[in-house]
Design a binder for this molecule. Structure first.
Ligand code: AMP
Length: 447
C-alpha cells in the first residue's frame, strides 16, 4: 500500500515525502482509514511502530478545515510524560508544516503563562500531560466543550503512573460526540475497562510484535555480581563500539551515581530521571539527540515513546521489574528498520524478573545469554539460551560465544510474536553499516 491510497491530502503527502517515508507502517495502514471514517480506535501497538504518525497525519487533514475559538481547543492528545508530549508536538510540526493549524503543549515544568497565552489565542491541537491539563482547566483557562478528537497515548503507561483517575475525569468533561483514539502497548484489565467506558464501538487494531521493530534488536544478557556491574558495563561499552546508548537503571539514585561514575572515567554521560527539573531534562535529551552526549543514563521516564534516531545500543544496567518496561526500553534502539543491540546485566537476585521477561518476549531468536568467564558471575546455575526449558537449572554454559541462532526452529512462546465538517457530522533495512555492527560475535566474550 502507498500513502496516497489512504486518502491523505496532497499537503500531507508532500510532508511525508520530505520525511523520506516510502510506505505506511502496518498501524498507519490500518488506523488511518478508520480515523477518516470518524471511528473510535483501540490501537495495541508498541512505540517504534509509527503510531504517532498513524494518528497525527489524518488529524491534521481532519482539523485543517476549521478554526479554534479562544480557550476552546478542537482536539486533545494526552500523553503520560512530558518528553513524549513534546515529541508528539514535534510530529505535528513536521507533518503539519504545510497547514495553518495551531497547537499548544501543556506540560508541567514549563511556563504556565506562555501556555495560557497560546490557549487565549485559540488552538486546534492541544497536547498535554494529564496533571497540567486539569490544573489549567480548574483555573478556568481551558474549556473542553469543543473537543472533537481525543487521543490517549501510551494508556498502559498512564496506568503505571497512576493517571487513570485523571484520565477518567478529563473524559467526563469532554463532549460525548467526539472521536476517541486510545493507544497502548499492552491491554491490562484497567485499560480494557477504560475503553469500555469511554469509547464507542471501537475498532481494534493489533500490531503484533513481529510487525514491530523489536526484531531488529539483537538481545544479549550476561551474568554478573552486583559489585562488578559498573566495570562489566564499561567493558561491554568498550568492546561494542557504542555510538550512542540509553542505559537504564531502576532507581533514580543509581541513575545519578552511575552517570557520575561514567563521567569520572571519561565517558560522555548524563543523567535523566523524573526528579530533575524539566528544563534540565529537555536540555539533556536535546544534547543526546544532537550527539553532544553519548550515554544517557536514565530511569524509565525515558523508556517510552522517546524517539531518538539511530541509537546503537540500549543497556539494562538493572533488570526491569516489569517485563513491559523491558520491551519499551529496548525499543529505543532498532527503530525504523535499523539494527540495534540491547544488553542486560543479570545478578542472582534478578532471576524471577528475567523469567517474566522471557515469557513476555517469547525468548526470541536474538535472546542470547553470554557466559561471563572472568569469575564475576552472580549465578552459577544460570540457564543457557538454547532450548530454554530443557536446560533450566543446568550449569552455566562456558561457551565463549553466544549460542547459535536458529531462526528456523520455532521457540516456545514465540508465536506471540473528509475531512473537517463531514468528518464530525458522521460522528455525531537492514542496515549493516551501523557503527559497531556487522560483527556477529561480540568480541569481548569470544575472541
Ligand atoms: P513512533 O512509533 O510513532 O514512535 O515512530 C517511530 C519512528 O518511525 C519515528 O522516528 C518516525 O519518524 C518513524 N516513522 C513513522 N512512520 C514511518 C514510515 N511510514 N516509514 C518510515 N518511518 C516512519
Amino acid at each position: 500500500m502507498k500513502f496516497k491510497d489512504l486518502g491523505l491530502s496532497d499537503q500531507i503527502l508532500e510532508a511525508i515525502k520530505s520525511c523520506g517515508y516510502e510506505t505506511p507502517t502496518p498501524i498507519q495502514e490500518k488506523a488511518i482509514p478508520y480515523i477518516f471514517m470518524a471511528k473510535d480506535i483501540v490501537g495495541l501497538a508498541q512505540t517504534g511502530t509509527g503510531k504517532t504518525a498513524g494518528f497525527t497525519l489524518p488529524m491534521i487533514d481532519i482539523l485543517d478545515g476549521g478554526r479554534a475559538k479562544a480557550r476552546m481547543p478542537r482536539s486533545l492528545i494526552l500523553s503520560p510524560t512530558r518528553e513524549l508530549a513534546a515529541q508528539i508536538a514535534e510530529n505535528f510540526d513536521t507533518y503539519g508544516k504545510n497547514s495553518k493549524l495551531t497547537k499548544a503543549l501543556l506540560i508541567g515544568g514549563s511556563s504556565m503563562e506562555n501556555q495560557i497565552r497560546k490557549l487565549e489565542r485559540g488552538v486546534d491541537v492541544l497536547i498535554a500531560t494529564p496533571g497540567r491539563l486539569i490544573d489549567l482547566f480548574e483555573r478556568g483557562n481551558i474549556l473542553l466543550n469543543d473537543i472533537k478528537i481525543l487521543v490517549i497515548d501510551e494508556a498502559d503507561r498512564m496506568l503505571d503512573m497512576g493517571f487513570i483517575p485523571d484520565i477518567e475525569k478529563i473524559c467526563s468533561l469532554l463532549p460525548i460526540t467526539r472521536q476517541t483514539l486510545l493507544f497502548s502497548a499492552t491491554m491490562p484489565a484497567e485499560i480494557k475497562r477504560l475503553t469500555k467506558k469511554f469509547l464507542s464501538n471501537p475498532k481494534e487494531i493489533i500490531i503484533t510484535p513481529s510487525e514491530s521493530t523489536a526484531e531488529t534488536v539483537e538481545q544479549f544478557y550476561i551474568r554478573t555480581a552486583p559489585k562488578t556491574k559498573n566495570t562489566m558495563l564499561e567493558a561491554i561499552i568498550k568492546q561494542e563500539k557504542v555510538r550512542n546508548a540509553f542505559i537504564f537503571c531502576n532507581r533514580k539514585r543509581d541513575v545519578d551515581e552511575l552517570s557520575k561514575w561514567l563521567k569520572k572515567r571519561g565517558h560522555s554521560a548524563q543523567a535523566m530521571h523524573g526528579d530533575l527539573a524539566q528544563s534540565k531534562r529537555t536540555e539533556t535529551l536535546d544534547q543526546f539527540k544532537n550527539g553532544e552526549i553519548t550515554l544517557l543514563v536514565c530511569s524509565d521516564v525515558a523508556a517510552r515513546g522517546i524517539d531518538v534516531d539511530d541509537v546503537s545500543h540500549v543497556f539494562n544496567y538493572d533488570v526491569p521489574f516489569n517485563p513491559d518496561d523491558y520491551v519499551h526500553r529496548i525499543g529505543r534502539t532498532g527503530r525504523a528498520g535499523l539494527k540495534g543491540r540491547a544488553w542486560m546485566l543479570i545478578t542472582k537476585q534478578d532471576d524471577k524478573y528475567l523469567e517474566a521477561i522471557e515469557q513476555r518476549i517469547g525468548k526470541a531468536t536474538f535472546w542470547t545469554e553470554l557466559s561471563n568467564d572472568n569469575g564475576d558471575s552472580g549465578d552459577k546455575s544460570s540457564k543457557s539460551n538454547k532450548d530454554n526449558k530443557d536446560n533450566k537449572g543446568k550449569t552455566a554454559s562456558k561457551a565463549r560465544k553466544p549460542a547459535a541462532k536458529n531462526p528456523e526452529k520455532p521457540k516456545k512462546n514465540q508465536e506471540h510474536k473528509k475531512r473537517s465538517s463531514d468528518h464530525f457530522e458522521s460522528k455525531k533495512q537492514d542496515r549493516d553499516d551501523v557503527t559497531g555492527f556487522g560483527d556477529e560475535t561480540p568480541a569481548f566474550f569470544g575472541r
